[in-house]
Design a binder for this molecule. Structure first.
Ligand code: SAH
Length: 375
């Protein structure tokens, strides 16, 4: 019997060989994939990830800076009009003590994430970033503080911030409008990402899977944005409802589709850094392992002070204790070892950056050799 390759496995091979698919091909793949094709995508993603990053897992210490927010994203538990949200802010001393604890545990990247909180002025953030850099020069600082001005991003970069995470949330402007109030736009979000890129940040973007109103066509748009942008980091995770939002009755996003998308992202952007996210672990007890086995190579345990963790509630049932906590790093190492991976002590920069630096060096050397020959 002759077995014919399905269109979808042809698309997967095309994605692997060229790192590109067009939007219609992504739509077809997402709408019609079979379990076999899902497993094929996972296998390809694992192979590619191991070719580039081996079996290393990079860890980031997540410090949740503030639960105040001026934005009103309809899905988010800390949006400004949720009067029930518990609000807090961390000061520099608290952040420094998180870093101290994190450094001792082996973290070499600190991620400062929070709601959009004007309390954290440029001056305050510059002071905080400079202080962390001064004390821990061998660590990378990632910021995830939402939309700020070009000028503000520039000051943060100058102060020593290395990376910035800003998910575009959904690649369709129409769908963006379902998830956000009128004064927020996909266009603005993408402009911020461009600004960050032009300033030399390693940039991370991403989206939620299964958010209310999302279709496979929207997800295909997400994939096209990633393909065009080729970011150093991509974070995706299932949407999870929060009881004090208009989406409280919605189902959480599907785990398997999140895993398929993780694999597709790894195949399309082989060198990108992809976390196995907290939202994935929050909806599936084995989510973190499943994410890693689908091509992810980063985990971001929670390093925030214990008493604020339950206040940074973006969605219900958020995992922040147990294996999601930095205190359980040893358990995490064991869990990863069990599936064949090793947690490493490393800044964990994107191989893209190293790759470009290598290419630049090669160019300079080639030019130098040519220069010598020309003499
Ligand atoms: N203020 C920052 C950080 C936002 S919180 C910013 O604007 O980038 C980090 C991420 O959590 C968001 O980008 C969003 O994708 C995710 N998130 C928020 N609410 C969520 C929910 N209900 N379910 C799943 N993910 C959610």
């Amino acid at each position: 019997m002759v077995t014919r390759m399905s269109d979808n496995s042809i698309y997967l091979k095309k994605l692997r060989d060229t790192n590109k698919l067009d939007e219609a091909e992504f739509i077809q793949l997402l709408e019609t994939y079979t379990n076999e094709e899902f497993l094929l995508a996972q296998r390809m993603a694992r192979e590619i990830r191991e070719e580039i990053y081996g079996t290393k897992i990079f860890i980031r210490g997540l410090i949740e800076l503030s639960s105040y927010c001026v934005k009103d994203c309809y899905y988010c538990g800390i949006r400004k009009s949720n009067l029930k949200a518990q609000r807090y802010r961390l000061n520099i001393e608290q952040v420094m003590s998180c870093c101290f604890k994190g450094y001792g545990l082996g973290f070499r990247t600190f991620v400062l994430q929070g709601g959009e909180d004007p309390y954290y002025t440029d001056e305050l953030m510059v002071e905080m970033v400079s202080e962390i850099k001064k004390k821990y020069p061998d660590c990378a600082i990632t910021l995830s503080l939402g939309e700020r001005s070009f000028d503000s991003y520039q000051k943060l970069k100058k102060a020593g911030a290395d990376r910035y995470l800003l998910r575009h949330e959904t690649g369709s402007a129409l769908h963006y409008g379902i998830l956000h109030p009128l004064d927020q736009s996909l266009e603005k979000r993408l402009q911020c990402l461009k600004d960050l890129r032009s300033l030399g940040f390693q940039v991370g973007t991403g989206f939620m899977v299964g958010s209310p109103g999302q279709t496979d066509r929207d997800l295909a748009k997400d994939m096209m944005i990633l393909q065009d942008m080729d970011p150093e980091m991509v974070g995706i995770g299932p949407f999870v409802p929060h009881e004090d939002t208009i989406f409280r009755k919605e189902d959480h996003g599907p785990v398997e589709k999140t895993l398929l998308l993780l694999s597709l992202i790894r195949i399309m952007l082989p060198r990108t850094l992809i976390p196995s996210t907290t939202s994935l672990s929050s909806v599936d007890g084995k989510g973190r392992e499943k994410g890693i086995l689908s091509g992810a190579n980063v985990i971001m345990p929670n390093l925030s002070p214990m008493d604020v963790r339950e206040k940074y509630l973006l969605y219900n049932h958020k995992a922040y204790v147990g294996d999601e906590a930095s205190e359980s790093l040893e358990n995490l190492k064991v869990a990863m070892k069990k599936i064949g991976y090793q947690v490493v002590i490393d800044r964990g920069d994107s191989e893209t950056k190293k790759y470009i630096e290598k290419l630049n060096l090669l160019c300079t050397e080639t030019k130098a050799i040519k220069g010598v020959q020309n003499v």
